[in-house]
Structure formats: structure tokens, C-alpha cells
Ligand binder design. Structure first.
Ligand SMILES: [Cu+2]
Length: 111
């Protein structure tokens, strides 16, 4: 029995965190990510549909943003360059850096 209660408690805590994040982002409609030290920050983000995500390269070498199935692709971004994409459809969008393919990120779009 306690195992079930623990699972329920963990689920409720997760749902509360999820909804708090959803509410905060739903108001702005725009979310900023940075690229620094060969890392997308945050590398995984969940947003409501219709959110515009803006990536800014804060690294001192160029990076790019390429969606794995070709839904979007940025040019090489120099330091302080930005790229944005508006996520209108729910789904999971994985992307990587075209110059350093080991750099990976994911955007999860809620309906
Ligand atoms: Cu890169």
C-alpha cells in the first residue's frame, strides 16, 4: 500500500511543478535560451503551444540550431547572435548544433 501512496505523492508533486512552470511561461509567450560552453541552457524545456523560443549564443565560438527532422535550422550564430522559432504545434522537438553535433537539446510543446 505505501508504495502506491508514495507513487501518488510523487505524481502530485510532479504535476504541481509542471503546472507552475506552465503558468509562468504561458503569460510571457516568449522564452529565452542561451548557448554557453558548448551547452544549450536549459537543454530540455517544456512550453505551451504558441511559445516563441529565442536562442542566444553567449559562447565565444559559433553554434547553430538544427531540428533533427528539418523543421527549423539556424545559420551559424556568432557571439550574441540570436535565432528564434515559434512552436505552434504540440510535440517533442529534438535539435542539435550543426557545427558540434554532440550538443543536443529538446523542446517539449504542450497542447
Ligand atoms: Cu556548436
Amino acid at each position: 500500500m505505501s508504495l502506491i501512496y508514495d507513487s501518488l505523492r510523487a505524481f502530485a508533486a510532479g504535476a504541481a511543478v509542471c503546472c507552475a512552470v506552465y503558468g509562468a511561461l504561458a503569460q510571457s509567450g516568449e522564452t529565452h535560451l542561451t548557448i554557453d560552453n558548448f551547452t544549450f541552457k536549459p537543454d530540455v524545456i517544456t512550453v505551451p503551444a504558441g511559445t516563441k523560443i529565442v536562442w542566444e549564443n553567449d559562447d565565444d565560438i559559433p553554434h547553430s540550431i538544427v531540428e533533427t527532422t528539418g523543421k527549423f535550422r539556424s545559420p551559424a550564430l556568432d557571439t550574441e547572435d540570436k535565432f528564434s522559432f515559434t512552436f505552434d504545434k504540440a510535440g517533442s522537438y529534438e535539435y542539435f548544433c550543426g557545427l558540434h553535433p554532440h550538443m543536443k537539446g529538446k523542446v517539449v510543446v504542450m497542447p
